[in-house]
Design a protein around this ligand. Sequence first.
Ligand code: BJW
Ligand code: ZN
Length: 233
Amino acid sequence: MTGPGPLAGARRITFVTGAGISRESGIPTFRGREGLWRNHDASKLATVAAFERDPGLVWEWYLERRRGALAAEPNAGHLAVAAAERAAEVRVVTQNIDGLHGRAGSSRVIELHGNITRTRCSSCSGDWEGDLPGMPPRCGCGGLLRPDVVWFGEALGAAEWGAAAEAASWCDAMVIAGTSLAVSPANTLPLAARRAGATLVEVNTEETPMSYMMDASLRGTCSEELPRLVERL
Ligand code: BJW
Ligand code: ZN
């Protein structure tokens, strides 16, 4: 395609990404048909309550996903987001915990929901490096070790949330890619960007609850649509 794209002229771009952008790297999404793991609803396993009820089960799920994330490679969608830095100032706010934006070369990535490769103690908050001692694993202080991610009902990291809110009001265009926008507070970022006058562009295979407020809705996969979008910057 030729001619100006929906991002033409944008100097400051914030990407807000979700599980859909990593789908084509082989990482399943949370909701819909795919969000099932051994008959458990993924969005119900990502909770404090599930961890308290059965830490071994929740750890099993995370260890499987940790291996999956480490074995996965960034796809054309992640690479396009990284390439946008050649044409504009870019911030990436991701709900994903797989680290693929950083591995694709994006230099400013805000990981709103943590990172699956890290482990920390649920009591003393200390970071844990190396092998897990037993299952469920315990810290030297006696507390349960847990993946360093944000579950439902938990507050996002204050630094991460502050940086994300700033990136939303700072940008002149926001690209919202591969997220159902079902989860708050991440789903308030497009509203903040709109309030500050930014152009909103959505990339999703399906309609979302915020499609109606987008300046452009690109109905397709991230690996097809993001390279096209960034090419025409
Ligand atoms: C493609 C594609 C392709 C597919 N190309 N597109 C009632 C009770 C309790 C809590 C609440 C409540 N009501 C509201 C809340 C708050 C709650 C919340 O939002 N709940 C809603 C579900 C109702 N939020 C929280 O609890 C958050 N904390 C909070 O609000 O604290 C309050 C507070 C604030 C400030 C100070 C103090 C306190 C925390 C939310 C944490 C979310 N955690 C998870 C797990 C992370 C770890 C892990 O990965 O295991 O984050 S849940 C899960 O959902 C994960 C994701 O990051 C997040 C978002 O999902 P995402 O990325 O949008 O994925 P999907 O699967 O939903 O969508 C994929 C999309 O891609 C679809 O649209 C597809 O169409 C599309 N797609 N392939 C393009 N190839
Ligand atoms: Zn501890």
